[in-house]
Design a protein. Sequence first.
Length: 495
Amino acid sequence: MSAVIEHPVDTARQREVVRALAAFLPGGALLHDREDAQPYECDGLSAYRQVPMVVALPETEEQVQRILRTCHALRVPVVARGAGTGLSGGALPLGNGVLLSLARFMRILEIDPVSRTARLQTGVRNLAISEAAAPHGLYYAPDPSSQIACTIGGNVAENSGGVHCLKYGLTVHNILKLRAFTIEGELLEIGGEGLDAAGYDLLALMTGSEGMLAVITEITVKLLPTPECAQVVMAAFDDIEKAAAAVANVIAAGIVPAGLEMMDQPATRAVEEFVHAGYPTDVAGILLCESDGTREEVADEIRRIQDVMEASGAILIRTSHDEADRLRLWAGRKAAFSAVGRISPDYYCMDGTIPRKRVGEVLRGITEMEKRYGLRCANVFHAGDGNLHPLILYDSNAPGELERTEAFGGEILELSIKVGGTITGEHGVGVEKINYMCLQFRPAELAAFHGVKTAFDEHTLLNPGKAVPTLARCAEFGRRHVHTGQEKFPDLPRF
């Protein structure tokens, strides 16, 4: 697949759209010259690029509404975009469409310490929520590794998680209400400020819908009291399968840690060279297991975690001794993607999710794939909930490496499905994984997904071509996706 998707701009169509939008958007809110639009050509997944025909940067809900109504009337597709930190090509623009940026929706509208909620515009950064709530002794729990930059709107679109999602849940578990606009400009108010809302659970439907159903402009989130105390145990193992077994053993012991993360040796070495978090680099893998709560609760749970790690074969166990030490250990994990970026020209991040008990089996499978594809892979996991983030290292300038990398990533997704998992945990499907939806879901299920899409967007103008493949696309993918049982690249170097 080509890394750059080029569609010639229909200049007459472009002029028509620009003229219609310029009738109500202020100066500086509309970009259409190529050099101005090019910064929006991709999201955090750099393997796919496409310069949008037009970029619109509204500042008010009324402007968003009018943009959508105008595009609906002209039958122009629209892709909504937040901070552009996504990793599946979900915000990849269209050469014949409008890229609708919510970057100017940056206001925190209300922090309510009594109800423990925050009302936010969609462009507010994830970390900024906790920073604003901190004076009230509150914080927002979901914490993606990109939380310093990613926005709450993008978090809702992808149903993001983070290192603490095992105990506190994904985005869907931490939001109460949305304001959103359909492609026809109809305002939807979904959910409510109570614990439950009448009718179908449209809040859950909208969360993770990847901008295909509506454009979100405002979000009400839950806030939690900042824990009195938190400590993290770092456990090192001489065998990655022992580390995988330790994950299952922690859960089997009735412990629900605040976070439970795994890194293999390639990831650990890259991180330690970059962050100096204090990780051992001569081990097969490490686990980070955190407890939070009252001091008494944490002391008891940390002791139990240490016992499980020792019984599981850990060769080194270290517990953070103060808050600075705890943050240093987590800083390494949160910098894993950046650290790997320092040791390879490019990397390709996968996002499958598997049953915890199959982690060791899948890691063995990935090791075998490294040999067959002649590519290195560093593994980072939200181990507690089985969310894999294999980082396949490659060089996009080397002929054929991107194609091999995509095949390697696809095989990881296939293995995830085979062991009872799914092709995504928190990064979404976007364009990166759309073909593998054909393997996970039957035609009747895909037809049902298209039925939901049509109910919100009859003409498929919102983020078309993402997340849910057409049945025709699946038929074509099926014809090309033939397993011969033969080694795919027999002449490549072995790692």
